[in-house]
Design a protein around this ligand. Structure first.
Ligand code: M6R
Length: 615
């Protein structure tokens, strides 16, 4: 988590940095800070809270020292030390020579701090980052080396994950950047450089970027960029062209990114399948994994690894793969998988799923699976992120930037990519005949239109949300393809409205959880037509008998369920396998409106960040 930005060039750095921070606020918003090299010294401004607080503070009383063409900035998701002005980045070294911003965790900071304290260094904050600033200063002073060498030597002592930007006031024309585990990208303009945790703060200035790899550092000195490893080996920079568009980063008239992203789904799902299906020939073409199809066909097992919403997409995929490609699938939480000793066979296919492509646990699990010899495929949204770069091959979801912390369009794009992968495999294995394949692809092609239609439930869901805005708890129930959706519906509601919610496999209720149901308990049923419909109706009756308040998501025109449920959300009919694409929409809207009526900060819910780059 945390976002870092840096600028060195002929522009005023302050506006570039502050705008960059606003773009990166999704990564954390506990505090914000900027350091500018002004008149030979660092002017450091930092404030607990959002970037807007910092801007207000500077605008009202402190603008005199914000001018200069070199600066760094940070938006924080607190790890070491509570959110406060004191713990906010950038951090200065004791002697004031070094200033640093950092995303990540320095694990051995306490032992380094002890040594530095004995040498007389004073610490103002509780952070691991200030320790690194002082370590760099100490090395620079005692080894009499320049700033880039001091950073390099300091990093040789450091254990942990980081993306850092470092400046020294003694060397005003140099900026040093380095990374292990946390992302950082450098944009190259004309005689100027932009640095950031992702490309969003850079895209409006230049499209020419280079992503640093782990254990690499970049030195920008006198307008020249050099890349080397922390072990001092020079590397050639690999420049890429950004594909991102600026309007994708704006709210476009919507009050929140989350609502914009919910309504973007007809487009994003279509883009996820664009150019990948050919109904006439009953073929799915996935260029990214073409060379791995043989391995997929021969695999005895698929393991899917992810976190949060991406994990729920993985669970949907288990149902897809088992139904259509007859292959056993395990779905693993990355945070558990990486710390076990999982049994992995060389012919296993591991699929990692991540919207951001930067989730620390997923990245570590991917590396473990690779070490154990598995082939690792990725399903990722952010092009060029760490996860797609580390996998053997993969499929981009092409949902476009997702900025709201609550994942919405990323989920439907992930299940689109996963269903395509599954159908592609089924075709290769000759499990589906041409006719059935055509039927499935035809139905899939209709999904964007049906999603457009289901978005019309907006007003209905809004009314229901108003009724339940003060609920203390919520239960979400689903069976089959509806079970991962029940988990996802509950996650969405709790993360943005702070109402306690749980999702269950409907059939499990009677094994304990039904004891929670009384007249105050809203119970959301995913109750669309499908092979388990009769069972769903029975479960609904059981909840009704215990006076639970039933909110049913049902297939349009289903009179039967309408009679039982207290509140209904009708959605267009589709096949059971395609149902998650449609039924996920009202769940997202329900969470959104409940949070809205409770006055929550929807795009930036408390304690969370969009990219979880710490373990
Ligand atoms: O970027 P990733 O897909 O790897 O992120 C995984 C989770 O952190 C993420 O899905 C999280 O659960 C969402 N905020 C939920 O809406």
């Amino acid at each position: 988590m945390c976002g870092i930005v840096g600028y060195i060039g002929n522009k005023e750095a302050w506006p570039v940095l502050v705008k960059g921070l606003e773009r990166l606020e999704y990564r954390g918003y506990d505090s914000a800070g900027v350091a500018i090299l002004h008149g030979g010294n660092f002017s450091v401004y930092k404030k607990k809270g959002r970037v807007a607080e910092l801007s207000k503070f500077v605008k009202n009383e402190n603008k005199e020292n914000i001018f200069g063409g070199v600066g760094i900035a940070h938006t924080r998701w607190a790890t070491h030390g509570e959110p406060s002005d004191r713990n906010a980045h950038p951090h200065l070294s004791s002697g004031g020579d070094i200033v640093i911003v950092h995303n990540g965790i320095i694990e051995n900071y306490l032992s380094i701090k002890k040594i530095l304290t004995e040498k007389g260094y004073k610490f103002i904050s509780d952070t691991d980052t200030e320790v690194l600033a002082n370590l760099i200063e100490d090395i620079k002073k005692n080894a009499r080396v320049n700033i880039d060498e001091a950073v390099r030597l300091a990093l040789k002592q450091v254990v942990g994950a980081y993306a850092i930007i470092v400046l020294s006031k003694d060397d005003p024309n140099t900026m040093v950047i380095a990374k292990v585990g946390s992302p950082v990208v450098i944009g190259m303009g004309r005689g100027e450089f932009f640095v950031a945790s992702d490309a969003t703060p850079i895209v409006e200035y230049t499209k020419k970027v280079v992503y640093l790899e782990d254990r690499e550092m970049a030195i920008i000195k006198n307008k020249k960029l050099t890349i080397k490893t922390i072990d001092n080996k020079i590397k050639n920079p690999y420049f890429q062209k950004l594909q991102m568009k600026i309007d994708e980063l704006e709210k476009g008239g919507f009050p929140h990114f989350m609502l914009k992203e919910i309504f973007d789904q007809p487009r994003s799902i279509e883009d996820s399948m664009r150019g990948r299906i050919n109904i006439k020939n009953a073929v799915v073409k996935l260029g990214g994994i073409e060379n791995y199809l043989d391995k997929l066909v021969n695999a005895k097992r698929i393991l899917i690894i992810a976190c949060g919403t991406s994990w729920h997409a993985g669970l949907e995929a288990k149902y897809f793969f088992e139904e259509f490609s007859l292959i056993p699938v395990g779905v693993e939480y990355a945070s558990e998988f990486r710390y076990r000793n999982p049994v992995i066979y060389k012919d296993d296919i591991v699929i990692v799923i991540s919207q951001s492509g930067e989730t620390a646990d997923t990245l570590a699990a991917l590396q473990l699976a690779k070490e154990k010899g598995a082939t690792v495929l990725g399903i990722c949204n952010v092009v060029g992120a760490s996860i797609p770069r580390a996998t053997d091959a993969g499929i981009y979801t092409h949902a476009g930037p997702e900025i709201g912390v609550a994942s919405t369009k990323a989920f439907t794009a992930q299940i689109t990519a996963l269903l395509l992968l599954c159908l592609c495999l089924a075709k290769e294995k000759n499990i589906l005949n041409k006719k059935r394949m055509k039927e499935l692809l035809t139905e899939l092609e209709k999904i964007p239109k049906k999603v457009k239609e289901v978005l019309k439930v907006d007003e209905v869901v809004k009314k229901i949300a108003k009724e339940f805005k003060n609920a203390k708890n919520f239960i979400f129930l689903g069976r089959g393809y509806g079970f991962p959706l029940a988990l996802e519906g509950a996650l969405k509601l709790k993360e943005i409205s702070y109402i306690h919610a749980e999702g269950f496999a409907m059939g499990e209720m009677k094994h304990g959880s039904i004891a929670l149901v009384d007249e105050n308990m809203p119970v959301v049923f995913i109750a669309t037509k499908g092979p388990l419909y009769e069972k769903v109706v029975s479960n609904m009756m059981e909840v009704k008998a215990r006076k639970g308040k039933i909110i049913a998501i049902l297939s349009k025109g289903d009179k039967n369920i309408k009679k039982i449920a207290d509140y209904v959300i009708e959605i267009p009919e589709t096949s059971d396998v395609m149902m998650p694409f449609i039924a996920s929409i009202p769940l997202q809207l329900l969470a959104y409106y409940v949070a809205l009526f409770r006055g929550c900060d929807i795009d930036k819910p408390r304690n969370l960040a969009k990219s979880v780059t710490v373990e």
